[in-house]
Write a protein that binds this ligand. Structure first.
Ligand code: ATP
Ligand code: MG
Length: 223
């Protein structure tokens, strides 16, 4: 734990050293669920990553239409969900900029500066997110800052060559596709089930379920 200078305790980032391989798992995590944890762990194992850093978004531009839950709640749920995996940690880099729109490019620039170019960075995304990448801010530069691991997700197609490759051929050498044990879970599904009074057990870790009920999250429909 370190103190970020404004009184908030934050988890430590992996130390900078030559040859370090880190995964960045970005998401709104509203709430975090087993789908997120499975993909992060699978990519970590397949790519022999030293650590995966979960980065909850501040206010994500693509979700501006929907009111996302307070960043501190999403951060704490992410910490609770990852606490028992020694290879997982959580960064506040976007949460601490939460009152402006946060862009992945800024986060990747932050980590590249932090690791002074010594670390290989693997950004983990689901099929839906990667297929949207041409709408992300400064997408051309994204591909020079990290590798993208695009994982399969039930209900979404991954035809990277036809879509992304046609517009941005240099992206193809930086995106790899990884097949993941399918998990048809989404944060939307969990929110809808809480509104409907249905159980969410086994969709997210127990500690997250308890946090949701204790804080009365998702009781009212917002979409
Ligand atoms: P929402 O329904 O609110 O959009 P979500 O479940 O899609 O939530 P996000 O926080 O938007 O979760 O997603 C973070 C990242 O995790 C994205 O790259 C997304 O594609 C990926 N992801 C989320 N759920 C799955 C899943 N079940 N399988 C594969 N990838 C997933
Ligand atoms: Mg999503």
């Amino acid at each position: 734990m370190t103190n970020n200078g404004v009184g908030t305790m934050t988890l430590q980032l992996p130390e900078c050293r030559d040859g370090l391989c880190v995964g960045i798992m970005g998401g709104t995590f509203d709430p975090i669920h087993l789908g997120h944890l499975v993909i992060a762990e699978e990519v970590r194992i397949q790519y022999e990553l030293d650590k995966v850093i979960f980065v909850p978004t501040g206010y994500p531009p693509h979700k501006a239409k929907r009111k996302v839950t307070d960043p501190e709640h999403r951060y704490l749920m992410t910490v609770l969900a990852t606490i028992n995996n020694p290879y997982f940690t959580v960064s506040r880099v976007e949460i601490d900029r939460a009152y402006e729109l946060t862009y992945t490019i800024d986060t990747l620039r932050f980590f590249n500066n932090y690791y002074q170019g010594k670390a290989e960075i693997y950004f983990i995304t689901g099929a839906d997110a990667i297929m949207d990448i041409l709408s992300w801010k400064d997408y051309g530069e994204l591909f020079s800052l990290c590798h993208f691991i695009a994982v399969t997700r039930p209900g979404y197609n991954l035809n990277i060559e036809e879509t992304i490759g046609k517009v941005c051929p240099q992206a193809l050498s930086r995106i790899e596709v990884l097949e993941i044990p399918a998990m048809q879970i989404s944060s939307t599904l969990i929110r809808q089930r809480v509104v409907a009074g249905k159980p969410i057990r086994y969709l997210t870790p127990d500690a997250v379920t308890q946090y949701i009920y204790k804080n009365g999250l998702y009781r009212h429909a917002r979409e």
